[in-house]
Design a protein around this ligand. Structure first.
Ligand code: ADP
Ligand code: MG
Length: 284
């Protein structure tokens, strides 16, 4: 049984007097425990709607969203579901609810009604995980965007979710901030076996995931491993860019270099080095 499962999910928002906007149509997908999935798509493709459906903030019009086999449509399941799935949103400034970092991180576990000693332990652990322990008693104004997002991640972590969804959580950060957040999430995935759904429009970030799901106008148009980059048209058709190294490889290939579609920067470097050493002869 998949950990998170969407089966034929439709979702519409009301719009105008009696009209509606269909944000998702017939979406089926599954995320297993411990997986690192990137969810990519243009603005308006339905990514945030999917994130809200995943932890039961909104309910499908049709189809079923289930977490650990339990449907979000059943009210009595929601408390458990929200403990299992944590969501980090885009704007770091809207996520801090208190004025001190450690109080903010304690907010989730306090709401779970945990004993104070356990709250303390979780707060320290979560701040350690994101490398923000030294800032425990700081106020948010002293923090950079990347640091604020790491605090937001710690707040979600303190609930000890099995799956963390980051809804363009790096979208407002500079490249250093993006890297900080991506490093933290990758480490949590590998070390703590926390499943991650990273919603992003940065293809370099998406390429770090084990699996990539492409959403286009409310529907899933591709779902696969990094080998998806070997069919670049699935990205371009959905209005997405390709990672820079994939684009460079394509240009080199059309200039006659013996190079395929690299699956990572390291792979690109290895292939390019081989092509240079081989004197540019085509293998095909
Ligand atoms: P993404 O996160 O990929 O940008 P969204 O899930 O936010 O996409 O939006 C999908 C579609 O639903 C878009 O057409 C958007 O305009 C519409 N939409 C999103 N949120 C609302 C809302 N609260 N009310 C009405 N329409 C919405
Ligand atoms: Mg969005």
């Amino acid at each position: 049984m998949p950990f998170l499962e969407f089966s034929n999910v439709d979702y519409s928002y009301p719009s105008g007097d009696d009209g509606y906007i269909q944000a998702l149509k017939s979406v089926s997908l599954a995320v297993e425990r411990g997986e690192f999935v990137a969810l990519v798509g243009c603005n308006g493709s339905g990514k945030s709607t999917l994130a809200r459906l995943a932890n039961g903030l909104i309910l499908p019009d049709y189809g079923v969203v289930s977490v650990d086999g339990k449907s979000t449509a059943e009210k009595s399941n929601l408390y458990e579901i929200r403990k299992k799935i944590g969501v980090v949103f885009q704007n770091p400034d809207n996520q801090m609810v208190t004025t001190i970092v450690e109080d903010d991180v304690a907010f989730g576990p306090e709401n779970l009604g945990l004993p104070p000693a356990e709250i303390r332990e979780r707060v320290d652990w979560a701040l350690d995980c994101v490398g923000m322990r030294d800032y425990a008693t700081s106020g948010p104004t002293r923090l950079s965007g990347g640091q604020k997002q790491r605090v937001a991640i710690a707040g979600v972590l303190a609930i000890k979710p099995e799956l963390m969804i980051l809804d363009e959580a790096t979208g407002m950060l500079d490249p250093d901030g993006r890297k900080e957040v991506l490093d933290v999430v990758t480490r949590l995935n590998r070390k703590e076996n926390m499943a991650v759904v990273m919603i992003t429009h940065f293809m370099e970030e998406a390429a770090q995931a084990d699996r990539i799901i492409i959403l286009d106008r409310g529907g899933v148009t591709a779902d696969g491993g990094r080998e998806l980059f070997q069919t670049p048209e699935v990205f371009t058709r959905a209005g997405l860019d390709l990672p820079v190294y994939v684009r460079v490889a394509q240009r080199l290939k059309s200039a006659g270099a013996d190079i395929g579609c690299p699956l990572s920067v390291q792979d690109f470097v290895a292939q390019a080095a081989r092509a240079v050493k081989g004197g540019g002869e085509r293998r095909d």
